[in-house]
Design a protein around this ligand. Structure first.
Ligand SMILES: NC(=O)c1ccc[n+]([C@@H]2O[C@H](COP(=O)([O-])OP(=O)(O)OC[C@H]3O[C@@H](n4cnc5c(N)ncnc54)[C@H](O)[C@@H]3O)[C@@H](O)[C@H]2O)c1
Ligand SMILES: [Fe+2]
Length: 400
C-alpha cells in the first residue's frame, strides 16, 4: 500500500478506533504490593488460580511473598514457569490447557509472560486455539480474569489490549487485539524489577519510551494520550539514568514501572509506528529482543520525523527544559532528538543489530511495510529507498 492509500486507510478507521472503549485495569502501585494477589483472587471469588511466570523469577524465590499471599487467602494454585521470551502459539495453547479448572490467571513476568497469559486466558474461555484469536476483536467470550504483575518496565502489556505471539514456523509476530484482553488488575511492584540486569532494564525502558513517542506523534493522538505519553517520557528521562547508577533504587524502579504503564495506556489508543514495525520484523526473524531493536531504531526514526514533527518535539523539549528559553521550535525539536541519541549512548545500546544481516534488508522492509502501512497512523511515510538507508545504518556491519 502506498503512502497516500495508507493515509486514507488510517483516516477512515480513526472514528471506529476512537469509538472502541478500552477498560483500564484496577491498579495497585508500591513496594511489596505483589503480596496482595491472594487478596485480589479472594475478591474475584477464585477457588483456584493458574500462576504463569518465567523460570528465572520462580527459581530465584522472588515470588515467595506473592505465593504465600495466595496460600493465606485459601486459594489453590498451580504454577507454570516455562514461558520463554517472545512466546509462541504452542506455549499459549499449553497454558490454555493448564487453565482447566482454574477461575483466574495470575501473570508475573515481562511482556512475554503477560502476553502468553492473555492469549491463554482468552483461548481457554473461548474453547479455541490462541492462533484463532489473531486479529482485531476476535475474542467473543470474556477471558478468565487476569491479574498482571509486570517484572519489567517496558511492554506495558498489563494495561494494553494487545497480546503479541510468535509463529514458530514463519518467525512472524502476530497480534491479538481486543479490549477484552486488558487485564482486570495490574500490580506495579518495584521490588520485583530490582533483579533485572542493566541491559534488560535499558532495553525495556527504551520500549516504553518508544510506546510513548510513537503515541505522541501518532495521527490518532488526543489530549488524553498526550498527557499519558508526556508523563511516561518525563519519568523515563528522569529515572532511567538514576536506576542505571543504582539498580536497587525503588523510587526510580517505581517511576519506570509507572512510565511503562502510562505509555501502554497511550499507545493502546493511538497504535504504534515504524519503530515497532521494523522491530517486530527484525525481532521475529533474528531473535533480537524487542526493546533492543526499538532502542537501536528509535532515535533514527524520530530524526526522520523531524520535518513534520518539529512542533511536537519542541513541546517535549520545553517540558524537559532542554536548551535556552529563547530557542526556536526547530532548535528545541533538534535538542529533543539529540537527547534520544544521548540516552541511547548512556544506556550502552549498540549502534547496530549484529544478528540482522544485510541480506535480509528487503525482506524486513516488506514485513515492516505490511505491518505498518494502512494500520499505523504514522506522521511521515518511508519510501523504500529511505527505509533501505535506515536498515543499512542498523544492520550487521559487513566483514570484509
Ligand atoms: N502486549 C503488548 O501490548 C506488548 C507491547 C510491547 C511489547 N510486547 C511484547 O512483549 C515482549 C517483550 O516483553 P519485555 O520487554 O517485558 O521482555 P520479556 O518479557 O521478553 O523479558 C525479557 C527478559 O527478562 C527476563 N526477566 C523478566 N523479569 C525479570 C526480572 N524481574 N529479573 C530478571 N529477569 C527478568 C525474562 O526472563 C526475559 O529473559 C515481546 O514479545 C513484545 O513483542 C507486548
Ligand atoms: Fe513495544
Amino acid at each position: 500500500m502506498n503512502a497516500a492509500m495508507s493515509k486514507l486507510s488510517v483516516a477512515v478507521r480513526k472514528p471506529a478506533v476512537k469509538f472502541v472503549g478500552k477498560p483500564t485495569p484496577v491498579t495497585y502501585i508500591g513496594p511489596g504490593r505483589a503480596k496482595e494477589v491472594g487478596r485480589l483472587l479472594g475478591l474475584l471469588g477464585a477457588g483456584k488460580a493458574l500462576v504463569i511466570t518465567g523460570s528465572y523469577l520462580y527459581q530465584s524465590g522472588q515470588l515467595e511473598g506473592l505465593l504465600d499471599g495466595i496460600r493465606k487467602a485459601g486459594v489453590e494454585y498451580t504454577v507454570f514457569c516455562g514461558v520463554q521470551p517472545d512466546p509462541t502459539f504452542a506455549v499459549a495453547d499449553d497454558l490454555a490447557k493448564a487453565c482447566a479448572g482454574c477461575h483466574a490467571v495470575v501473570a508475573v513476568g515481562g511482556g512475554s509472560v503477560i502476553d502468553a497469559a492473555k492469549a491463554a486466558a482468552a483461548a481457554a474461555a473461548n474453547h479455541t486455539r490462541s492462533a484463532a484469536l489473531v486479529g482485531v476483536m476476535k475474542v467473543r467470550r470474556h477471558p478468565l480474569p487476569l491479574i498482571a504483575v509486570p517484572t519489567t518496565a517496558g511492554a506495558g502489556s498489563e494495561t494494553t489490549l494487545a497480546a503479541v505471539i510468535s509463529d514458530p514456523v514463519t518467525h512472524v509476530k502476530r497480534q491479538l487485539l481486543d479490549p477484552k484482553l486488558v487485564p482486570m488488575f495490574a500490580i506495579l511492584d518495584p521490588e520485583l524489577t530490582v533483579s533485572l540486569p542493566a541491559h534488560t532494564t535499558a532495553y525495556t525502558a527504551m520500549d516504553a519510551l518508544t510506546h510513548a513517542l510513537e503515541a505522541y506523534v501518532s495521527r490518532y493522538a488526543d489530549a488524553e494520550t498526550d498527557r499519558q505519553a508526556r508523563i511516561a517520557i518525563r519519568l523515563i528521562v528522569r529515572y532511567l539514568p538514576q536506576v542505571r547508577e543504582n539498580p536497587a533504587d525503588l523510587e526510580g524502579r517505581e517511576g519506570l514501572l509507572t512510565a511503562a504503564f502510562f505509555a501502554g495506556m497511550a499507545f493502546t489508543r493511538t497504535y504504534v509506528g515504524y519503530v515497532h514495525a521494523f522491530a517486530h520484523a527484525i525481532g521475529g526473524k533474528f531473535g533480537v529482543s524487542h526493546g533492543l531493536a526499538n532502542g537501536v531504531l528509535l532515535p533514527h526514526i524520530m530524526r526522520y520525523y523531524l520535518p513534520v514533527c518539529s512542533g511536537r518535539f519542541a513541546e517535549l523539549g520545553r517540558m524537559l527544559k532542554l536548551g535556552m528559553p529563547g530557542d526556536t521550535d526547530e532548535i528545541k525539536a533538534r535538542r529533543f532528538v539529540k537527547l534520544l541519541y544521548k540516552l541511547k549512548r548512556q544506556m550502552e545500546i549498540p549502534a547496530r543489530l549484529e544478528q540482522f544481516p544485510a541480506s535480509a534488508i528487503e525482506e524486513v522492509i516488506d514485513l515492516a511495510f505490511q505491518e505498518c502501512h494502512g494500520t499505523y497512523p504514522v506522521p511521515r511515510y518511508f519510501s523504500r529507498a529511505h527505509a533501505r538507508k535506515l536498515m543499512e545504518a542498523v544492520c550487521a556491519q559487513e566483514t570484509s
